[in-house]
Design a binder for this molecule. Structure first.
Ligand SMILES: Cc1ncc(COP(=O)(O)O)c(C=O)c1O
Length: 400
C-alpha cells in the first residue's frame, strides 16, 4: 500500500521560533555551562512544576527523553533482575523497550473497552492470576489516568506503579505513591525537541533516579549503583524555557482546534457521539467514538463501530487520497510485534488473547490534530470521513 503525499499532515509540531530561543542561548554563552543539571535546566524544572502541576508536593527530574524517564523510574524502584512488569499491549513500543532495557520482563495485558486503558480492576485481576512485581499503566493517547485510583491500587497490593504518561504532560496528576513519566518530544503538547520528566512525591526516589541518570555516581563521584547518562542538556532546556512562555497561547490554540472538531461532529450527530460519556457508559450503537477526554486533548483518534464494513487501512487510504494524513495508533498491539510475540500475556478470564486491544487496532484511526489546523481543514477532514463511513451502509449493518 502506498499512501498519497498529504497536504493536511497528521501532525505539525508547534516549536518556538529561533528568535524566541536566542535569549536563552545567549545565557548559555554567558554561563558556559552546557549540561549536568545546569541553571537553565534547574529553572525549567521549577517553571514546569508551577505550570503543569497543581500539587506542590510533586518533585521532578528532567532527563533526555520520555523513554529515559521510564527507565529511570523503573530502575529507581529497586526491582530484582528479571522482575515482571505488567503493561497494557495498547501503547507505544517505548513502554516495553524501557522495561527490557532495565533487565525486566514485560507481561502484556488487555485494556478497558470504553476508556482504552488498563484500569486498576484489570490490573487486580491480572495480579491475582500471574506473578507480577510492578505495573506500568499507560495514559494512552494522552488521556490522563486517575492518580487516586492508582494510589489505592498500590495501597491494596503493595506493587509499585509507574504511569507512562508520555503524552499527558499538563493533564496527568501525580499521586502520593505512584511515579509518572512524561515525554517532551517535539510531537508532544509540550515539546522541546527531545526531553523527558520523571515525577513523584518521594524525595528519595527522585534522588535515586537523579544518581542513576548521572552514571550512578554519588555526590563524591563514587559509583554506588546502576547508572547511565540521561541528563537534559542546557540547549534543550533553552527550548523548554522558550516553550513554557508560549504555553497559555498554545493551549488556547489547541482548545480551539478541539472545539472546531466538536462542532463538526455535531453536524453529523447520527455518526458521532458527544465527548461527555462516562467511563461506565455502554458504547451501544455509537458509530464513531472519539477518544474520551475531559482535559486538553493531545490526539484525535476515532473508533469506527464494528458494524461499519470498512477497514481502518481502507479509511486511511481513502483519506490519504484526499491529502489527509492519519495514524493507526498503537497498531499492532505490542503483543503482536515480532520481538514481543513470545512474551507473557495475561488475558481476561475466558479469553485466549488480548481481545480488546486487537479490536481497537482493527477500528481506531487518528485524525490530524495539531495547532495549525483551521476550521476549514477540520470541515474537510470530518466531511471526508463521514462520506467514507456513510458509503458503507452502516445503518443496515448495525441493525443486523
Ligand atoms: C506511550 C509512550 N510512551 C513513551 C514514549 C517515548 O517518549 P520519547 O519519544 O520522549 O522517548 C512515547 C512516545 O511517543 C509514547 O507515546
Amino acid at each position: 500500500m502506498s499512501l498519497q503525499p498529504v497536504s493536511l499532515p497528521y501532525l505539525i509540531p508547534d516549536m518556538p521560533p529561533a528568535e524566541e530561543v536566542v535569549p536563552f542561548l545567549r545565557e548559555i554563552d554567558g554561563n558556559r555551562w552546557y549540561t549536568n543539571f545546569g541553571p537553565l535546566a534547574t529553572r525549567l524544572n521549577d517553571q514546569i512544576l508551577r505550570t503543569h502541576f497543581t500539587d506542590d508536593r510533586v518533585k521532578l527530574l528532567l532527563c533526555s527523553t520520555g523513554t529515559a524517564a521510564l527507565e529511570l523510574g523503573l530502575a529507581a524502584l529497586g526491582l530484582k533482575p528479571g522482575a515482571r512488569v505488567l503493561v497494557p499491549a495498547f501503547t507505544f513500543p517505548a513502554s516495553a523497550n524501557a522495561i527490557q532495557n532495565c533487565g525486566f520482563e514485560p507481561v502484556f495485558c488487555d485494556v478497558d473497552e470504553n476508556s482504552w486503558v488498563m484500569t486498576p480492576d484489570i490490573a487486580l485481576e491480572a495480579v491475582s492470576r500471574a506473578n507480577i512485581d510492578a505495573v506500568m499503566p499507560v495514559a494512552a493517547l494522552g488521556r490522563p489516568l486517575s492518580a487516586s485510583q492508582w494510589d489505592r491500587f498500590f495501597e491494596k497490593t503493595g506493587l509499585p506503579v509507574l504511569i507512562d504518561a508520555a503524552a499527558a504532560l499538563g493533564n496527568q496528576e501525580v499521586g502520593r505513591h505512584i511515579l509518572v513519566a512524561f515525554s517532551m518530544h517535539a510531537t508532544k503538547a509540550f515539546g522541546i525537541g527531545e526531553g523527558g520528566l520523571l515525577a513523584c512525591q518521594n524525595d528519595n526516589v527522585i534522588a535515586r533516579a537523579r544518581r542513576i541518570c548521572n552514571f550512578g555516581m554519588d555526590a563524591r563521584g563514587q559509583v554506588v549503583g546502576h547508572g547511565t547518562n540521561a541528563k537534559l542538556s542546557e540547549y534543550h532546556a533553552a527550548v523548554g524555557l522558550a516553550q513554557i512562555a508560549r504555553w497559555p497561547a498554545r493551549q488556547l490554540k489547541r482548545a480551539r482546534v478541539d472545539a472546531s472538531y466538536q462542532a463538526q461532529m455535531k453536524t453529523c450527530s447520527h455518526l458521532w457521539v458527544s465527548q461527555s460519556f462516562t467511563d461506565n457508559e455502554s458504547l451501544g450503537e455509537k458509530v464513531l467514538i472519539p477518544l474520551p477526554v475531559r482535559h486538553n486533548r493531545s490526539t484525535m483518534p476515532v473508533r469506527l463501530h464494528a458494524g461499519i464494513r470498512v477497514s481502518v487501512q481502507s479509511v486511511q487510504e481513502q483519506l490519504a487520497a484526499q491529502g489527509i494524513g492519519t495514524r493507526l495508533w498503537y497498531n499492532p498491539g505490542l503483543h503482536r510485534h515480532p520481538h514481543w510475540v513470545a512474551c507473557a500475556q495475561v488475558c481476561r478470564a475466558g479469553e485466549s488473547t488480548l481481545v480488546t486491544v486487537d479490536r481497537l487496532n482493527d477500528r481506531l484511526i487518528g485524525l490530524p490534530f495539531h495547532n495549525f489546523l483551521t476550521p476549514q481543514d477540520i470541515t474537510f477532514i470530518v466531511g471526508n470521513l463521514r462520506q467514507i463511513v456513510e458509503n458503507k451502509e452502516y445503518s443496515a449493518s448495525l441493525s443486523q
